[in-house]
Design a protein around this ligand. Structure first.
Ligand code: ADP
Ligand code: MG
Length: 271
């Protein structure tokens, strides 16, 4: 069932990160500000060393910022205790890394089921079915029971995409997800993420050096010298008499259909 929801997914305000080693401090993020809306596919661009991976780790709550505010789905994440944070992360955030990070000795199916398996999914039939459905969605139904080491680079990354979606997250963070793939596999993996984003309304934020892929995203956030220098806020589309545009001015409401694949067989309820 479609219902109106707030447009806003994530508000990042004045996020700073200083790495402190024994002898010196390295300020990396110097006041990052931007917002994400539900259902967007956004590219993050910026030179090597500009802090993209650091920022993605902070957004994914894998690393604490030195200061600043992260507001996602009504929660201030910077003040949550570890336990609440890990529950939130497990339910709402999916990760895709440059080097897939699959467990080599496990099958594709197990890799999709296990790493993000909250108590709810561990070895349950529903979990297995959802993992199988996601693998089918990424074109790997024939490879479900292959061990990760026996898959090609492109196939491994497609398993990683399925894995990121396992818990039906609101946000998928991808750190150079195509950086290790050849052109053809990069295009395929990107197209797959884009299809899934459109089908499910999952928000994707992906860092990339690939201009071509960045151009295919709805928006580009550019980070440089530790701050966002371009693309910080979503473009608002005005609805006109012909209708059809899903974003409306003023951050009021948007209809996102969560009932479509690949979430359709998932009967899990969210708080
Ligand atoms: N744990 C750390 N300790 C100290 N410096 C770090 C640490 N992690 C990253 N950095 C530094 O932060 C800067 C940004 O790194 P990173 O976020 O990986 O950038 P990008 O992903 O844009 O290439 C780099 O100068 C890097 O050396
Ligand atoms: Mg990086």
């Amino acid at each position: 069932m479609s219902k109106p929801e707030s447009l806003s997914l994530l508000e990042v305000r004045d996020i700073r990160k200083v790495f402190i080693d024994e002898d010196f401090q390295t300020p990396v993020l110097k006041g990052v500000n931007f917002s994400l809306r539900r259902g967007e596919m956004v590219a993050m661009l910026g030179p090597s060393g500009s802090g993209k991976s650091t920022l993605l780790s902070i957004l994914g709550t894998l690393m604490r910022p030195t200061s600043g505010s992260l507001r996602m789905l009504g929660s201030e994440l910077t003040t949550l205790a570890e336990r609440e944070l890990s529950d939130f992360r497990n339910q709402q955030i999916g990760f895709i890394f440059q080097y897939h990070h699959l467990l080599p000795d496990f099958t594709a199916l197990e890799n999709v089921m296990f790493p993000h398996a909250g108590r709810l999914w561990r070895e349950t039939r529903a979990g297995r079915e959802r993992a199988a459905m996601l693998l089918e969605r990424v074109g790997l139904s024939e490879r479900m029971n292959y061990r990760a080491t026996r898959l090609s680079g492109g196939q491994k990354q497609r398993v990683a995409i399925a894995r990121a979606l396992m818990n039906q997250p609101a946000l998928v963070l991808a750190d150079e997800p195509t950086g290790n793939l050849d052109r053809e596999n990069a295009d395929q993996a990107f197209a797959l993420m884009q299809e899934i984003q459109r089908e499910t309304g999952t928000t994707f934020l992906l860092s990339t050096h690939d201009r071509e892929l960045a151009e295919r995203c709805e928006r580009r956030i550019v980070i440089q010298g530790g701050i966002v220098v371009d693309g910080a806020e979503p473009v608002t589309h005005r609805t006109d008499s012909t209708g059809g545009l899903r974003m409306i001015e003023g951050d009021v409401a948007v209809v996102i259909d969560h009932t479509r694949v690949p979430n359709s067989s998932d009967d899990r309820r969210r708080a």
